[in-house]
Write a protein that binds this ligand. Structure first.
Ligand code: LRH
Length: 426
């Protein structure tokens, strides 16, 4: 049997899932799960990469106990964040994308290259946390002077396993530094921003084998988790999707990037996929609900909260993509600041979050159809958020699309699928 191991790490947890083909499908078994989260360090938001590496290795041990003949492994994580490297060692801390350090430099970056020009070249949405702003902040603070390169987080973890430094294509597109035309880092942007050219080598495609760890081939999947998630959706034809986790990523596969003025103004992105373009929009997602719950009712089960939310009468909406929700100290206060009056009970906040998300999905689907010139009748929802039946119902009502909610680990499945298909050596 050809067993492969997917290690899928999200902002709040990670999992090791073994996969293999059975009949015409893929079977999986979760063998290890661990918590993840942002750590506050000297007033900054950071990731604990040592803890991540510890769990990556512990999970591989666990997987090997049960499946000693695993042939390959691959790691995917959230996008945009990276570890600076020097002589093969990490330059820490590893900042988390919700940290506000880029705020001070975004204006300067856009003075050097205005955003419309960045968008024309890359097709990548504006987000204050995109890697280019983070790297520029590191340049301004002098941190880049201590580094000779950088690795995106999954590539860093795989480097720590097999010693090979690589830059995977789907994840690299989220840096905001990859040309939509060539599919390689864009030297024009890099030189205008004064970033060191030696940081930006050739990109490798999902399916490339980069090394070995304990006799297991280390292979690149779509190391951007959303790239793997889209690859993992068992989809009939080409229909829109929402990968629903910490973020809701709503999009559709297209053959080529769709770069238009309307798309730029509505902040649509063109991210690399495993053999296609992902025309996609970031919507604030389960983050809203997770933060509300952590603050207001950490011990209440989700189904209870949602059942109560569905029954309330609070019908005001917020714009879920308002930056106020990105990293607020209090999520409740962020909602209060955008509502004419606060909900009378806790469930009202969750109702407002769900109805506002569904409304955000409606607007995004309309924009997507307009910008691609196509109409779609279905909408696939995958990831943890697909389990929220109240939100699924609201989404069906607001978008008018037939919702197919698949509460599967689409990201791990996509990671596995690429490994089962892949195997090109570097
Ligand atoms: C989802 C995700 C998303 C990015 C964000 C940083 O996990 O990768 O696609 O925009 O994290």
């Amino acid at each position: 049997m050809h067993y492969v191991l997917a290690i899928d790490i999200g902002a709040s947890s990670g999992r090791h899932i073994v996969g293999w083909r059975e009949g015409s499908g893929i079977r999986t078994e979760e063998v290890y799960r661990f918590p993840n989260g942002i750590t506050e360090q000297d007033g900054s938001l950071t990731w604990d990469t040592d803890a991540l590496l510890f769990h990556v290795k512990a999970g591989i041990d666990k997987a090997l106990e049960k499946y000693p003949s695993i042939q390959s492994l691959s790691i995917d994580t959230w996008a945009v964040d990276y570890v600076l490297m020097n002589g093969g060692s990490p330059v820490l801390p590893c900042y988390a994308y919700r940290d506000s350090r880029t705020e001070a430099v975004i204006g300067e970056v856009h003075e050097k290259m205005p955003f419309p020009e960045l968008y024309r070249r890359t097709g990548i949405q504006y987000q204050p946390f995109n890697t280019l702003y983070q790297l520029y902040a590191d340049k301004v603070s002098g941190r880049l002077d201590q580094a000779d390169g950088f690795l995106m987080i999954p590539e860093y973890l795989m480097y720590r396993l097999c010693g090979a430094e690589s830059h995977e294509y789907t994840n690299a597109t989220t840096t905001g530094l990859v040309s939509a035309e060539t599919g390689e880092y864009d030297p024009g942007i890099i030189s205008v921003l004064g970033l060191p050219a030696r940081f930006f080598g050739p990109l490798r495609q999902p399916g490339t084998v980069i090394g070995e760890y304990r006799g297991i081939r280390v292979m690149l999947c779509a190391t951007h988790d959303t790239g793997s998630a889209v690859e993992g959706i068992p989809m009939e034809g080409c229909q829109p999707y929402i990968s629903s986790g910490t973020w809701s990523l709503l999009g559709v596969k297209t053959e080529r990037p769709v770069i238009t003025e309307a798309g730029r103004l509505a902040n649509w992105s063109n991210e690399g996929g495993a053999g296609y373009n992902r025309y996609q929009k970031n919507i604030m997602g389960m983050w809203l609900m997770n933060r509300l719950r952590a603050e207001l009712c950490p011990d209440r089960p989700w189904d209870e909260i949602m059942a109560e939310a569905a029954e309330k009468h609070f019908d005001h909406l917020v714009d879920v993509n308002d930056p106020v929700f990105l990293a607020p100290e209090s999520m409740k206060a962020a909602f209060d600041s955008r509502l004419p009056h606060p909900p009378r009970c806790i469930a009202g906040y969750f109702r407002c979050a769900c109805r506002s998300l569904a409304d955000g999905y409606r607007r995004a689907v309309e924009e997507m159809e307009q910008n691609t010139g196509r109409r779609y009748d279905r909408l696939y929802i995958v990831g943890g958020g697909a389990k929220n039946t109240y939100l699924n119902r609201l989404t069906e009502e607001s978008t008018g699309k037939q919702v197919t909610a698949l509460p599967i680990e689409a990201t791990a499945l996509g990671n596995i699928r690429i490994q089962l298909k892949g195997g090109t050596d570097t």
